[in-house]
Design a binder for this molecule. Structure first.
Ligand code: NAD
Length: 242
């Protein structure tokens, strides 16, 4: 695991799932971690050395700017917040598209804009954005809005990487397959037969099981410390896209 001692990390959506596991993994790697989410109760249960929690709604630009001003220079930003909408292009509600663009895409633009000037001043920074294999990597049935917005995450990641590669600022994206998280469990429950839904999700992962939040967290820490890697959309999907 990368040694991130002395680094300050800001993690969004750290209340549960991949964000939570990543906040803990960054702390384990020696970093000073600000774990943020809109869910105060979930943050309350999150404890580790060098880890502080803060309520942050990434839809609120003023709140994002205020938090970054309060915590000071951020060396590593992990943009993990995101939402999954089901449905095809014909089933899509325009309101869902607006929500997904705001949370899955614009929120990353807000946080990057807030931390980037400080990174440029110090000529040092790592940004890790949460995409998905359901994106420009792979068309996944019934995930029109989700795939569209996660493809945009890969696009924005590469654009930021290209603009700031000469300033020692790296920007990479993570593209997971199916990961056992609270919201995935909600989606499985919503299908009626939980066990059948779970078996169907497992069946599309050739490795024979779902990913764990900790496995994705390992990759987030790795990319934050991978000093010769930028502009990449790194797939971690149990063989879904072999
Ligand atoms: P999750 O969906 O279970 O939890 C999401 C967290 O985001 C919650 O703690 C919630 O309170 C927080 N959140 C929601 N709106 C917010 C806002 N406006 N501001 C700040 N926080 C907010 O977690 P997960 O399933 O691990 O997903 C995390 C990320 O990983 C998402 O971007 C998701 O699209 C992506 N992802 C997940 C999977 C998967 O199978 N679970 C696969 C690929 C990508």
């Amino acid at each position: 695991m990368a040694d991130l001692s002395g680094k300050t990390v800001l993690v969004t959506a750290a209340g549960q799932g991949i964000g939570r596991a990543s906040a803990l993994a960054f702390a384990q790697a020696g970093a000073r971690v600000y774990a943020t989410d809109i869910n105060a109760a979930a943050l309350g249960a999150l404890r580790a050395d060098r880890l502080s929690t803060a309520i942050l709604d990434v839809l609120d630009e003023t709140a994002v700017t205020a938090l970054v001003e309060r915590i000071g220079p951020v060396d590593i930003l992990f943009n993990c917040a995101g939402v999954v909408h089901g449905g095809t292009i014909l089933e899509m509600r325009d309101a869902d598209l607006d929500v997904a663009i705001d949370l899955n895409v614009r929120a990353m633009i807000r946080t990057i804009r807030a931390v980037l000037p400080g990174m440029l001043e110090r000529r040092d920074g790592a940004i890790v954005n949460m995409a998905s294999v359901a994106s420009s990597v792979k068309g996944v049935p019934n995930r029109f809005v989700y795939g569209l917005t996660k493809a945009a995450v890969i696009g924005l990641t590469k654009a930021v990487a290209a603009d700031y590669v000469g300033h020692n600022i790296r920007c990479n994206a993570i593209c997971p397959g199916t990961v056992e998280s609270p919201s995935l469990q909600d989606r499985m429950r919503a299908q009626g037969d939980f066990e059948q839904a779970r078996a169907a999700f497992i069946a599309r992962q050739p490795i024979g099981r779902l990913g764990t939040p900790e496995e994705i967290a390992d990759l987030a820490v790795h990319l934050a410390g991978a000093t010769y890697t930028t502009g990449q959309a790194v797939v971690i999907d149990g063989g879904w896209t072999i």
